[in-house]
Design a protein around this ligand. Structure first.
Ligand code: FMN
Length: 229
């Protein structure tokens, strides 16, 4: 490919990468199933170790989603999180800073003052209502694959988010909803040898909601790249 081809290819992908954002307020209107299937077909092209494609995808909508939504929301705050895969025990250094910046930007968009634990806690709990989304895909993985299975699932999550955006569908990945696996397991047939990784809520954004009005930045390359040779 010549330089023009590379520039055009990167510009097209860059537009998608830069245009995508985590949606945290959805309209209730469900999406047509063929559109969801088309997004899944594209995300299915994600790369994985030896092409094992270890992601298990539970596509939940309608009445089952409503039941899970109300049970999860009731758990939030009342029951301590017990995810099947360990969450980080702490965030330090640059990770802590980037995390705080992202949280503050969200809270600023919502008019929540720094240190207002009540209001920020209320916003955090919206995770368990999937921010009003009409669809959730819950990702699970064979426990025997360990870290590498989960890594492949992460690649699938990235592919799904991008495919959804390319199709004009808004989405947010949600580690939070893995906090209460018992709720999911009561409603979905997830085999005992599999572990719940995360969810992705998706649908159409509520364009008027302030939670959708902020965008995150990214660290400059110098912070993350070590050029060798
Ligand atoms: C695996 C994963 C889990 C995430 N979990 C949550 C979550 O539980 N709740 C939430 O509001 N956002 C969650 N996010 C969204 C991130 O906060 C978001 O991707 C990040 O701040 C970058 O912003 P952007 O997606 O708008 O570019 C998650 C993202 C990923 C990739």
């Amino acid at each position: 490919m010549n330089d023009d081809g590379a520039a055009a290819g990167l510009a097209a992908l860059g537009r998608l990468m830069r245009g995508r954002f985590s949606c945290r307020a959805f309209l209730a209107e469900p999406l047509p199933r063929p559109l969801i299937a088309a997004i899944l077909e594209v995300a299915q092209r994600a790369a994985s170790w030896s092409n094992i494609q270890p992601w298990g995808l539970n596509l939940v909508s309608g009445a089952p989603l409503e039941a899970i939504r109300s049970e999860l929301f009731a758990c939030a705050g009342a029951t301590p999180p017990s995810p099947e895969l360990d969450w980080p025990h702490e965030f330090s250094g640059a990770h802590r800073e980037r995390r705080r910046e992202c949280g503050w930007a969200l809270y600023a968009a919502l008019g929540i003052a720094r240190g207002d634990r009540v209001a920020s806690g209320r916003q955090l709990r919206e995770n368990f209502r999937f921010f009003g989304a009409p669809h959730v895909v819950l990702v699970d993985c064979d426990a025997a694959l360990g870290t590498h299975g989960v890594m492949d699932c992460g690649a699938w999550v990235g592919a799904f988010l991008l495919a959804a955006h390319a199709a004009g569908v808004d989405a947010v990945a949600q580690a939070a909803v893995a906090a209460h696996p018992g709720v999911w397991r009561r409603h979905l047939a997830i085999a005992p040898g599999r572990r719940i990784v995360c969810g992705i809520a998706f649908g159409r954004q509520d364009p008027a909601h302030p939670a959708n009005a902020f965008r995150t930045g990214r660290a400059p390359l110098e912070e993350v790249v070590t050029w060798v040779g």
